[in-house]
Design a protein around this ligand. Structure first.
Ligand SMILES: [Zn+2]
Length: 482
């Protein structure tokens, strides 16, 4: 089959795509749950959430094979990719997709590949099997590490992800009685748009804080008695700081629950403690990524799970692409089932975490990212052969309550990694700044064997962040990357 034939088939609407992923499955293992309804334990999909690993995998591989059948017929991007990997027939493809071990015979998918495809075949690229008429939303990645990748949604895929957020809210006991304040910029990113739709579908009252200053957001949260805040962890810190500067007691606000996404902050103990203390609320981490969808779910026991009924998750060594031992850091590689018209199959997210598979206190058997997402493999640097993430630096700095804000720069000097940290300190501790500096240096030396320069800067000298923060950067000069 020529490429033109495939392309023509893929975009001229030869098959009604709307039904795919929305009903008639040939190999249903579990029924599609109604995410609007939770049981007394907060489970919306108990069958998935408490399944044995064998049952989960059977379900995942049935869905994967169904997806691959569709791809083989309609998706030019994956058809070419798999042909280049020597997969010559649908039978071969399905044979590979039968177990966790055999599926590693499929090549991984990377962001640069998808970007190159979109650049060569603008705007949609060839990883698109529905008619553009069926698309209802377009988003894109932030582009902080290069050109942004465009991602589209059909009505069905949008509803799919909204259901996942519904499950998230239900698990954390958000109810129609709640008022949910969404503090993000409502821009091109996927961000928390689905969280908004999910909160509405749940019947909660929603407030959208786009286009407001931080102070206006704080005032809206308090005057409207919002009970749930959805933001990034950096921004939850920022809002608390603005409240403090304006003598607004945010701790006595009605906010009881903060759900964050986009950064590791909620899983860094010092950061979590600080946000929970400032707000007098519980903080939960619900990770996702624009390219794959909202694959994570926080549970009431502070576990960060993967929604394995809707995603197939692998934990791989970023260098060898071999599976890592459970409980050790690995890159999260995701296959999503809810965007079959433009799926990602074995997609390298760049996020690193430690996956564990024992049952969580909450009762879920879904894999758990122990300690949440550690960071991005791109951001990792190596100190004396040890991988260090910016989150590890933040974890140490946040142990010092006197530090209000910080910025750190990793540098290399005579083959040794070092760290320059600038800190803003609270007024009460300004007198003991020298002592604080010495204690911070000592902590970095003991814990990370890092030579650290610490400088106290004036209040408000360092950047604040509305979305994802970039507090740890790399100094120009010799590379320290792995
Ligand atoms: Zn749990």
């Amino acid at each position: 089959m020529r490429d033109d034939d495939l392309r023509d088939r893929s975009l001229s609407g030869r098959r009604a795509e709307a039904g795919y992923g929305n009903g008639k499955r040939r190999n249903p293992r579990f029924h599609q749950p109604d995410y609007r309804i939770a049981d007394a334990m907060g489970f919306v999909a108990r069958e998935f959430e408490t399944a044995t690993r064998a049952a989960l995998e059977a379900h995942q591989f049935a869905r994967l094979r169904e997806l691959l059948e569709h791809i083989w017929t309609h998706n030019l991007f994956y058809r070419k990719k798999y042909a280049a990997a020597g997969i010559g027939s649908l039978a071969d493809l399905l044979h590979i997709a039968r177990s966790a071990e055999s599926v590693r015979g499929l090549p991984v998918t990377t962001k640069p590949e998808l970007l190159a495809d979109q650049a060569a075949h603008p705007p949609f690229g060839t990883n698109m099997t529905c008619s553009p008429l069926q698309l209802v939303r377009q988003h894109q990645t932030s582009g902080t590490t290069g050109r942004p990748l465009k991602v589209w949604e059909t009505r069905e895929s949008w509803d799919w992800m909204t259901r996942l957020w519904l499950g998230q809210f239900r698990a954390l006991d958000v109810t129609p009685a709640d008022t949910v304040f969404m503090a993000f910029n409502f821009g091109h990113g996927l961000g928390l748009w689905n969280a908004l739709d999910a909160a509405m579908e749940l019947g909660a009252l929603t407030l959208t804080g786009g286009g407001l200053s931080s102070l206006q957001r704080v005032e809206s949260i308090t005057s409207n008695r919002a009970t749930v805040l959805v933001s990034t962890p950096s921004y939850a810190l920022r809002l608390a700081e603005v409240a403090d500067e304006n003598r607004i007691d945010i701790r006595s606000s009605a906010v009881r629950l903060i759900v964050v996404a986009g950064e590791p902050g909620a899983s860094i103990p010092g950061t979590r403690a600080r946000i929970e203390d400032q707000w007098g609320a519980r903080l939960y981490d619900s990770p996702g990524a624009t390219e794959v969808g909202h694959f994570g779910m926080a549970c009431p026991s502070y576990g960060v799970h993967a929604i394995e009924g809707e995603f197939y998750i692998e934990m791989l060594d970023p260098q060898t692409l071999r599976p890592v031992v459970p409980g050790t850091p690995g890159e999260i590689v995701v296959t999503n089932f809810g965007r079959p018209f433009a799926p990602v199959i074995r997609y390298r997210t760049g996020d690193v975490a430690k996956a564990v598979y024992d049952a969580c206190e909450c009762g879920r058997t879904l894999l758990r990212f122990d300690g949440g997402i550690m960071g991005r493999s791109d951001d990792m640097f190596v100190v004396r052969g040890v991988n260090v993430f910016p989150s590890a630096i933040e974890a140490i700095v946040r142990e010092f309550e006197e530090v209000v804000e910080f910025a750190a720069e990793v540098f290399e000097e005579r083959g040794m990694s070092g760290l320059r940290i600038r800190i803003e300190v609270s007024p009460v501790s300004a007198g003991g700044a020298d002592d604080l500096v010495a204690r911070i240096k000592d902590a970095f030396h003991r814990r990370l064997f890092l030579k650290t320069e610490v400088e106290v800067v004036s209040r408000q000298a360092l950047p604040r962040f509305d979305g994802k923060a970039k507090r740890v950067t790399r100094a120009p000069g010799p590379a320290t990357r792995p």
